[in-house]
Structure formats: C-alpha cells, structure tokens
Design a protein. Structure first.
Length: 461
C-alpha cells in the first residue's frame, strides 16, 4: 500500500533535498581540501628531508613570492567573473572570452614584474640560473590563469571538476616528488620543476573542462573588460591582505637573515606543523559561510556562538597536543636538523586558537555583506604582524617571527569578535566554552540529515 504524501510536505522535502545537495557539494570540496593539504604536507616532509633547511628555505622564499605576485596580478578577476555569470546573468562564453584576453595582459605583467624583482634583488632570492627562472615563471603564469578561470566551474556548480583542478597540483607534487627520489637526488631546481609541472597539468585540465566556452567574440569588449577589472579589484583586497598577512613573516625573515636561507626553512616547517590545527577552520569555512548566509535575526547570534565554542574547543585541544609533543613531532617528520622549529611551534600553536576565532567571525561578516569590516580587521592584523615581526625578528630571530604571527592572529580575533558583537549582538562570554548541549545538538543534526536522506530515498523509490 502506497500512502499519499501531502503536497506541502513534498515541497518541504524538495527544498531540503536541494539544500542537502548544495551542502554536499560544499562538503565534498572541503574534504578534498583536507586531502590536498595532507598530500602537500607529505610532499613537504619529503622535500624538507631531501633539501635540508637551506634548500627548503629557498624553495619557500620562491613559493611565497609566487603566491603574493599571482594574487596581486589576478586582481580578483576570477571572483568578478563568478559575480557577472551568476548575479548579472552575463553569457558565460562572453565572460570567459573577455577574461582570456585580459589574462594575456595580466600574464605579461606578471612575468615582467617577477623577472624584474628576481634580477634586482639577487641577495633575496639567491643564485638561480636563467633557465630555472624561465621554468619558475611558466609555473606562475599557469597558476595565475588557473586562479582566474577556475571560478567559472564554481559559478556552474561543477564541484567535481573544481576538486580535480584544485587538488591536481598537490597530488602531482606528492607523486612526482616521490617518483623523483627513485631516479636521483633531489635539489632546489628539481623542486621548482615539479611544482611547474603540476601547475601546467592543472591549467591544461581546466581549459579542457571549459572547452565548451571557447571564445566567440571577434572584437574586444572593452566595456565588459573594464567592469570585470573594476569589480575584481574591489574583491581582491581581502585576498591580498590575507595572503600578505600569511607571508610577511617569511619576507621579513628572509630580508633580515642575510644570505642564509635556513632560518626561513626551519620557520616554514614550524608553520606547516602548526598549520595542521588550522585544517579544520579551513575545511568548515565554506560550510559556515553557506550556513550563515541563510540565517537572520537571533539565529545568527545563536549559530555563531555555537560555531565559536566548537571551534575553540577543538583548536584548543589540538594546539595543546602539538605544543606538548612538538619536539617529537618535529624529529619524527623532519629530523633533528629542523629541531629549532619546536621553539617557534611553542608560540605558533596557541595562536591558532585565535586564528580559528577569526575564521569563524570573518565568514559571518562576509556572508552578511560586511566585506569592508573584514578589510579593516585584516589590515590591522597585517600592520601588527609587520611591526612586531620587523622588531621581533631583529631581537629574537625565529621566535620573533612566531610572536609576530601570534600578535597578528590575536589582533584579528579580538577585532572580529568586537565587530560581530557590535553588529549582531554576539555574546563573547557565551562563545568561549563548549557546553554539553552543543554536543547533543551535533547528534541531533546528524539524525536529521539521516532522516531527510531516508525520506528522499523513499520518494525516489
């Protein structure tokens, strides 16, 4: 006997199904991000053990320079294209055709700017051959174009393809690094070549996925180009501030350590180990953004306080574990040549609790259209990191860099909590300690998801 289901219930279930489908896509991307970061971590262990503190230090110097330069030259073009495709309903083929022409100019600017910097500041980058510079720039151009065009996949909700594009460089880094060791001893040049190969594979695959959006315009659409660039520059400010805040300590360490790359190498391993704690904020970030965007009124305050309590509890526990076993973790992963990294971890690990707070609050602010507030928070954090880093590194070296990161995360956490409290009535005291009802709520939500899925299956049947 088949029981009739009222029309209103079907509508509710259909809404739940759409919501679940969307969340599943976001969750899939987030899980893939964790897997990709894990591959990067393993590859980083191989590279560090093979190259040593000096080699990995030079590698991280080039990596951070690439991230900053690509972020600047991208000028938010990717996110701008997503806005025009989804919100303004502009023809995707017209957008990608225009973006292709813009990206040619941006690629030229990137190559010119990076080449100039490498040639003008040889003491910062170290001695490298012209051939290696050319290979490095090729990888950066591929990275720039991937960053610009992959958001088209996001706009089309092609989450599986987006996962492939995002994780291909990381997986290839691990596979090629492992395979390379069987052939020969690895050096800094080999590491740059491997990264470039991964970037080429990612961009080639992306263009294959977008083959149905090949250029259709015969003439250059200057009006659309200016609109894309103008809106993109506004969106790129937050990304640039975030990237600069994360890399300014490496820049300062490199500038203040003379010709020795080892200090950067040791510090980068401390950041990598401490960064394991930040995987959770990075993973749940898109989920929080999606969930916050649908909340109104008192629900915003309630759900944010719950997210903060949960995040602080986990990151606090994870930070404590990393802090207590930092020497064993460093020796196990990288060997005793990186033992000094434990000194920086002692300071970096606690700072990640503040990082978790900042990620939760800034996701809330972004979801509620408060991008300008986030700019103020990140700009303040960047200023604190730069000032404390400059004087701290001069006085304390490696520990000074870690202290700069601690003060920067602390500034961002305090600032974001203040603005969330002011704008949304967030109760700071009620956001710090995990409650028993929070754990119960997690189990209830899990049961609801299982129940909704079973109802969906019964309807399909």
């Amino acid at each position: 006997m088949v029981m009739a289901i009222p029309e209103v219930n079907i509508s509710i279930l259909q809404a739940d199904i759409l919501n679940m489908s969307f969340l599943k896509k976001i969750f899939s991307v987030s899980i893939a991000q964790v897997i990709g970061n894990f591959c990067t971590m393993i590859a980083g262990i191989i590279l560090a053990r093979t190259l040593g503190p000096t080699g990995i230090g030079q590698f991280e110097t080039f990596r951070s320079f690439d991230v900053i330069a690509v972020t600047i030259c991208c000028v938010g073009l990717g996110n701008s294209s997503m806005y025009f495709i989804n919100n303004l309903q502009t023809d995707p083929r017209e957008v990608t055709s225009t973006m292709f022409r813009i990206s040619l100019g941006l690629s030229f600017i990137l190559v010119l700017a990076m080449t100039t910097c490498i040639l003008i500041f040889p003491e910062y980058f170290g001695k490298v051959s012209k051939e290696l510079i050319a290979i490095y720039l090729l990888g950066s151009v591929c990275s720039l174009n991937t960053l610009c065009f992959k958001t088209v996949l996001t706009a089309r909700l092609q989450s599986t393809r987006l996962i492939i594009i995002d994780q291909l460089p990381r997986i290839s880094l691990l596979l090629l690094t492992s395979f390379w060791l069987f052939l020969k001893d690895m050096n800094f040049k080999d590491a740059i070549i491997i990264v470039t190969i991964g970037n080429i594979l990612s961009l080639s695959t992306l263009f294959f996925f977008l083959h149905d959006l090949r250029p259709i315009q015969k003439s250059f659409n200057s009006k659309l180009s200016l609109s894309l660039l103008k809106y993109g520059i506004r969106l790129s400010v937050i990304d640039l501030l975030f990237v600069l805040t994360g890399n300014v300590t490496i820049i300062l360490l490199r500038n203040l350590s003379g010709s020795d790359f080892s200090l950067v190498g040791v510090y980068s391993r401390a950041v990598a180990i401490s960064g394991l704690v930040s995987l959770v904020p990075y993973t749940v970030g898109p989920l929080l953004y999606s969930r916050f965007a649908r909340l109104t009124g008192s629900d915003i305050t309630t759900k944010t306080e719950f997210a903060l309590r949960s995040g602080i509890a986990f990151s606090g526990f994870a930070s404590l574990v990393v802090y207590l076993f930092r020497y064993k973790i460093v020796n196990l992963l990288y060997g005793n040549q990186f033992e000094r990294a434990a000194e920086a971890i002692a300071i970096l690990a606690p700072s990640l609790v503040f990082f978790c707070i900042c990620m939760t609050c800034t996701n809330l602010l972004s979801s509620q259209g408060r991008a300008n507030t986030n700019i103020k928070i990140l700009a303040s954090s960047l200023l604190i990191v730069f000032i404390t880093g400059y004087f701290g590194i001069k006085a304390f070296g490696l520990k000074g860099a870690a202290l700069a990161s601690l003060f920067g995360n602390m500034t961002a956490a305090i600032g974001s909590l203040y603005w969330c409290s002011r704008l949304f009535g967030l109760n700071i005291k009620n956001s710090l300690i995990l409650k028993w009802k929070d754990i119960q709520s997690l189990f209830v939500d899990a049961k609801k998801m299982v129940s909704a899925q079973s109802k969906l299956n019964s309807i399909k049947a």
